[in-house]
Structure formats: structure tokens, C-alpha cells
Design a protein around this ligand. Sequence first.
Ligand code: MSP
Length: 509
Amino acid sequence: MKNTFYITTPIYYVNDVPHIGHAYTTVAADFVARYHRLAGEPVFFLTGTDEHGQKVARAAEEKGVAPQEWCDQMIPQWTEVWNRLLISYDDFIRTTEDRHVRPVQQLVQKLFDNGDIYLGHYEGPYCVACETFYQPSEVENGLCPIHERPVEMVKEENYFFKLSSYQDRLLKLYEENPDFVRPEMRLNEVLSFVKGGLEDLSISRTSFSWGIPIPWDPKHVMYVWIDALQNYITAVGHGSDEDRFNSLWPADFHFIGKDILRHHAVIWPAVLMAAGIDLPKTVFAHGYLTVGGKKMSKTNLTGISPHHLLDTFGPDGYRYHFLREGVFGQDGSFSWEAMVARFNADLANDLGNLVSRTLALVARSFDGLVPEPAEVTSEEETLRTVASKARDELDRGVRSLDFASALTAVMEFVGETNHYIDRAAPWNLAKDEASRPRLATVLYSALEAVRHLSILINPAMPNASEKIRTQLGLPSGIGALDDELRWGVLSAGTRTERGEGVFPRIEVE
Ligand code: MSP
């Protein structure tokens, strides 16, 4: 029985190093995975690398190294970025691993034995940058519709998968499960593509050899997408550990960019249907990060390295920006200025300042010890209501993949807490001994709000969350949410620690 929330990113081609477009998908998936874990659900979060095919083979050739060696050299460059970005993947699959190759061959053999694969001739345009066959009508002036680079003409003997015979079953799938492809705009795109008629899919190549051999005819290697898509099932035990497979599959979400929608929403379900395997629940295709109005990519020479942004904004600032900016699903243009402005406004001025001023006030008036609150007023009642609303909105936002709203709600809570402190003016209360009980209540409540925030920001900003919790004198790790998000968990007498600022302001030269 499946009992685990299973989420995937695309597996990335290792022809080059990651840029912020790749990191966009991975950060989003990590945010969702972390939230579900925080909510106490078992989670399996998969990422990895796509290592076969012409694109990778050519990159290796240009550098004069064997493809496998090239892949091995590239892996640390990918994992280093994921580590710096605090990506909490549970597994990292590489398509050159034996645990992937063998089950892939078995599955393709099964499709062949069932009569879903036949030998034929392919002639048509192919884009190596996206490793995709196109219809001649999709190619304008000889250019790939996605990469705007020249396509190549392929003419060879290939094995074909009978994709066309799945057209009706696919249409029925989309009709019965409108959530199979999201957002709705992408579903409509898929519907019109499939209704337009499906051609059988070439699934093998003979003109180069960097791929998984077709088991019954090894002069053919598998078309890279037929191999790659199966990572989602081989990583969780398909073909090697059926009990494990049944406890994890089907995936709850495949997060992808809209460039690889057809592969995931058309080819993938058809292959699974042919193999008699359950289908994933939702393929969610987000938009592009754009530069100058175009998809940012290395191919277009517009790739920006995550390291570059991490050096300035740190992992929390980085993650926050891409989760908060724009609407997940739509295209969004990247700008350094917007990133600095949002960091300074939301993180340095609002959240960072809330934490540091609260701790400074506690240090000054109570020697850094959490005070015992006295009587509460409607002001504190309101703050509690805002805290619980933020929790609900975060939950709703993550589950509906509306990340901007999820984080807006959390930042509204930050703003409300700052207003609460401004209205209560603890610096005035501190001047008068008779106001001490009121001062204790106000600072206790501000600390409780900060403690709540340390939990609510955790999936988006895990390091900042941990830093704030250390400053509050809390032990590391967050327990069951229902217990942690009760008001009043912070014990009076706990020693707080004024550490360095969590989000130092970024000064622009
Ligand atoms: N290897 C295939 C995927 C196989 S999945 C079974 C592939 N790899 S890729 O390295 O080209 O990366 C693809 C993914 O990176 C995109 O689908 C998208 O998720 C992400 N992005 C790459 N460039 C992007 C932008 N400019 N903007 C947003 N996401 C982008 O395709």
C-alpha cells in the first residue's frame, strides 16, 4: 500500500553545469517536500541526472573524454549546487547506474514482447539540445521551436513504440483525471496536441552508441527519453524491489518545466499503460525563468550560475526569492535588482529586524531570559489569530502549489508582529517599573510569534529557521506541528542568545 508522499524533479542533462533555471524546479520541489515532512508525512523526494543521449555524448567528445568519465566528472558540480541550496533529496538517481539500466531493459523488452514495439524507418527533424523529434510542420526556418537552433535531419532504421494506438486511452485519462496535467492551461495544450493525432515514436538510434542497448538488438541504443522517464520508477524499486515500489509509486507530483510537457504528459503515461503500471497522479509544468523575454539557458548563452546568487543572498535568500517571486506555473523574468529589493524589504527589514529587535529588547530588560507573561489583552489575542491564519494559508498555499500566497501569508504575520511591537512600544514600558508585567507579556508574545515564524519559514528557509531557533534558546529540530504550533510553548526562563543578524542588508554599489 502506498503511504508516502512522492515528489520528483526532472533528471538533468549533464552536458553542462546547473543554472538557475534548473535550480528553479529543484528548489520548488524541495520546498514542497520539506513542508510535507514538517507536517509529519513520510516523504520521498527524488532528483538525479540524465546521462545518456547525443547531447551528453557530444559534450564529452568536445572535451575529449569518454562519456561515462564525463558524467562522473559532472556529478559533483550538480550535487555541490544542490547542497549549497539545501536540497533535501532522499535519492539521487543517475541513469548510467545498473539499478536503472537493467529494469529499463526489462520494461522495454516487455513492450516488445507484447507487440507495442516494431522496427521501422525514421526520417525527420531532431533537436539534440532537447533530444526531441519534431514534426516538419513544427520546425520554422530549420530551427527548433524551443531552442531556436538548427535541427538535424535524422534518417535511420529505428524501433518504434506504438504511441498512436494510445491516443484514445490518453484522451480518456485527461478527461477522467483533469489533475493529471496542471496547470489547466498546460492540460489544454496537451489535449489539443493529442487530439491533433499522435504518430508512433522512434525509440532507438543506430547512428551513435551512448545509450542503453536495446536488449534484443544491441546495435540500437534506446532513445534517451524512453530511458530517462523510467528513472521515476527504477529509483523506487521497479524491477528490483516490488514491495518498495508498491509503497512509493505512483508519484504524487512530477515537477517539470513546460519545455518537457509532452514527454511527461503524453509519452510517459502511454509507456506506463503499455507496461501495465499505474500512472503518476499529477504532472505539474511550471513556466520559464526568462532573460530578455526568452527562456534562460546555456544554449542561448543566458544561463546564470546559482553560485553567483548564493554568494550574495545565501541559500535562504535564494530560495525565498524564487518561491515568492511570480506565480509558480507562469513564466517569470529574472532580475538582480528585484532580487536585492525583495531581500532587503522582506528579509532584512521585516523578518531579520523583527528577530533582532525582539532579542535586543529581551536582553536589555530581562537579561536575555524569556519573561513570564502576565495578563493578555485583545492585542495578544489578535496576534495569535494572525499566527494561526498564517499556518492555514501556508498549508493551503503549499498543497495547491501557490507558493507566492503561502509565503505572503507568512510575511504578513511578520508585518503584523512588527506592528504589534510598535503599538505596544516596549521601549516606553521599560521606563516605568509599574509596567513591568505588561512589558513581560509583550516581549513574551513577540518571542512566541518569532518562534512560530521559525517553524513556518522552515520549508522555505531552513538555515534561517535553525538560526532563529538557536537564538531563541530552542533545541534543534522541530517536533509534531500540532504541538509546536500551540501558543505558549516557549518556557519562561529560557536563555536567548543575540547572535549575528539573520539577514544582513545587501548594500548595492
Ligand atoms: N533530461 C531532461 C529531463 C528528463 S526528465 C525524465 C531535461 N533536462 S534539462 O537539463 O534540460 O533540464 C530540464 C528542466 O530544467 C526543465 O524541464 C525545467 O524544469 C528546468 N529548466 C531549465 N531551464 C529553465 C528555465 N529557463 N526556466 C525554468 N526552468 C528551466 O530536459
